[in-house]
Write a new protein. Structure first.
Length: 229
């Protein structure tokens, strides 16, 4: 074998090894996603205490020991589920602090994003709601640490708008509470909505109608004349 042949052989082996590593990483990411999808649904349906690692593993098609390779305990998995939910919400809250955009545009996009999360990831919203309703015994410290700083930033933006005469003088904290309640209810209380409307699930039109109503109510409450429709 020539030196060139040897170099080619080494390069091919290296490429093969790299491909195998990439495949393992892809498979790992895919499996983690499947675990999290089943975990968030079961935590939402059964609560933290009513959900077991064994049940989640069974739904994914893994043994309990194999699942524990990816998430070493139920608290770790529960923490990850709530982290994923809260990270999305924090991203939305952070977008409100962009003072380069006008209040109407920011509030409209914020409400749309919150409703979109309720429509696309209702299980995540319900897990978070159940944790909070239960007193946030497991995740309370994370909520204080992560939510409070962004809430204060958003309040400062609202106060700035009030001082500039861009919106009516309102209590920014309770305004945000009201927006959270209105948008998140379309995930957390979807079952009740479906029961009273005699249907199996909320439609896209329901969310579109909710978006228009909530946006109109918030803008009217802040004395903002809509520039867009």
């Amino acid at each position: 074998m020539t030196l060139l042949d040897t170099e080619k052989s080494i390069a091919e082996k290296s490429k093969t090894a790299t491909t195998k590593v990439n495949r393992r990483l892809i498979n790992r990411d895919k499996l983690e996603t499947e675990i999290l999808e089943q975990a968030v649904r079961l935590f939402a349906e059964c609560g933290y205490e009513g959900t077991s690692i064994a049940t989640i593993a069974e739904q994914v098609g893994l043994s309990k020991q194999n699942l524990l390779y990816y998430f070493p305990s139920k608290p770790v998995l529960y923490q990850r589920v709530l982290d994923d939910v809260l990270n999305v919400w924090l991203e939305r809250m952070n977008s409100l602090a962009d003072d380069s955009r006008e209040p109407e545009e920011l509030l409209r996009s914020y409400i749309v994003a919150k409703l979109q999360f309720s429509r696309e990831q209702p299980w995540g919203s319900r897990v978070y709601a159940m944790e909070v309703i239960g007193g946030a015994k497991i995740y309370g410290a994370d909520i204080r640490k992560k939510v409070v700083p962004l809430l204060r930033k958003d309040i400062e933006i609202f106060e700035k708008w009030i001082a500039q005469g861009k919106i009516a003088a309102v209590n920014p904290t309770h305004l945000l509470f009201a927006i959270w309640a209105m948008t998140q209810s379309y995930a957390d209380f979807a079952t009740q909505m479906n029961l009273v409307m005699n249907r199996k699930q909320l439609s896209r039109k329901d969310f579109d109608d909710a978006e228009k109503l909530i946006v109109d109510m918030v803008l009217a409450g802040l004395a903002i004349t809509p520039a867009t429709k």
